[in-house]
Design a binder for this molecule. Structure first.
Ligand code: LLP
Length: 386
């Protein structure tokens, strides 16, 4: 929620900027960890969703580990207090330098996405006189019913190791001295709102882990990844993701064997709703067919609408005028720099504050300097309002 008091404070800040509601982040973490504690699940926050140091520190203090996809994310996680024993590292293209960084740090698990990667991790670990704990990221061929760019578990996707490779992978690992197989990892997509995907995933996990167990291979860890969606259409009504149904479905459908640990990698569901991109209206332009609200925030600050046709709720934080239909656009020289078409807003004027909601995940981290724009800074509710 953006309070009146916060809006008063916005006047002194250069727009556009990211505004984080720390109270909501903490509340979200409280709800999330109430379930992970109840079911004795391990959580690793997906740093890729938002890597601002303050956000990382709050999440680390709530007891989560970190899920990383680059050597720099591993370094950042450690710098912000995450214990290496709670860090997992996925990604189809880990470079030698990145693997060495993670080996040196002594992370919990490399989530391996191909046969050649496992060989390289083994060779680099041997060179450093160490052993790497690895998990196999499995591609279960599940359609997560989400945008095709953020679907990761279908057989045509580049992610994970396919079941037909299990035989050769296990034969390879048997002969490698510097890797130890500790588990299986799955992540089938992001912004998943069709809850039936999760029971299906649990059934696939069971079917696939049985292949290993039947051959006497112990699977100590099952990592089900992230992916739970948030309500972009009604962020104020549903500020906290549906963790209740998510964990109830998983708990009911996942077969966990004695001694096995279960892990998750939430990103968006933790940080999505606590972040807002705050901008000022530069101009209201009457076009040939449309009225345009031109913001000082653009696709360089928040690329999700341009990249995935994603919709972020748009709110004029100050006007109470007559409801009017607008196209809301940014200043960047691309027609895809558009946040919304036919958006109903109270009559809008130059200088009004406009918020793009649900921008906490994959917002600030994906910002860029296209058109040589400055990067938007982060402000936090607890600091701003004290
Ligand atoms: N684990 C792995 C291995 C992942 O690849 C991801 C996200 C996550 C966990 C966290 O997923 P989440 O809980 O956030 O859904 N930029 C896109 C999203 C890309 C997601 C990439 N992987 C967007 O703005 O929608």
């Amino acid at each position: 929620m953006i309070t009146k008091k916060a809006i008063e404070k916005f006047g002194a800040i250069r727009t556009p900027f990211y505004y984080y509601d720390v109270e909501l982040l903490k509340k979200t973490l409280d709800v999330y960890t109430s379930y992970t504690k109840k079911f004795k699940y391990n959580a690793h926050y997906a740093i890729k969703a938002n890597a601002e140091p303050r956000i990382l520190q709050i999440i680390q203090k709530a007891g989560l580990g970190a899920d990383c996809v680059s050597g720099n994310e591993v370094k950042l996680a450690i710098k912000n207090g995450f214990a290496p024993s709670k860090i997992v590292y996925a990604g189809v293209g880990k470079s030698d330098a990145e693997i060495k960084t993670a080996l040196k740090a002594g992370i919990y698990s490399f989530n391996c996405e191909s046969v050649p990667e496992i060989q390289i991790i083994n060779d680099l670990a041997a060179g450093m006189g160490t052993t790497a704990r690895i998990s196999l990221r499995v591609n279960p061929d599940i359609d997560a019913h989400t945008h095709k760019y953020i679907s990761t578990g279908r057989k045509e996707d580049k992610f994970g190791i396919s079941p037909w490779e299990f035989e050769s992978v296990t034969n390879l690992i048997k002969n490698l001295k510097n890797v130890k197989l500790i588990g299986l990892h799955f992540h089938v997509g992001s912004q998943i709102t069709d809850m039936s995907v999760f029971p299906l995933l649990c059934r696939m996990v069971e079917q696939l882990q049985k292949w290993f167990i039947d051959r006497g291979i112990k699977i100590e860890n099952l990592n089900l990844g992230g992916g739970l969606g948030i309500d972009y259409a009604n962020p104020n009504e549903n500020p906290i993701a549906n963790f209740k149904d998510y964990f109830t479905l998983i708990n009911r459908n996942l077969i966990v064997r004695p001694g096995q640990k279960v892990h998750f990698e939430p990103g968006r569901a933790i940080v999505g709703q606590c972040g807002h991109l705050i901008s000022r209206v530069l101009y209201v332009k009457i076009g040939q067919k449309m009225k345009f609200v031109i913001l000082d925030a653009g696709m360089n600050d928040l690329i999700r609408p341009a990249l995935y046709q994603a919709h972020h709720a748009i709110e004029n934080l100050v006007s109470t005028g007559k409801i009017t239909k607008y196209d809301v656009v940014g200043p960047v020289c691309e027609s895809s720099d558009k946040f919304g078409h036919n958006i109903l807003l109270p009559e809008t004027h130059r200088g009004d504050f406009v918020a793009l909601h649900s921008a906490g995940a994959y917002g600030q981290v994906m910002a860029m300097k296209y058109n040589q724009k400055d990067l938007a800074k982060a402000y936090y509710s607890d600091e701003l309002l004290k």
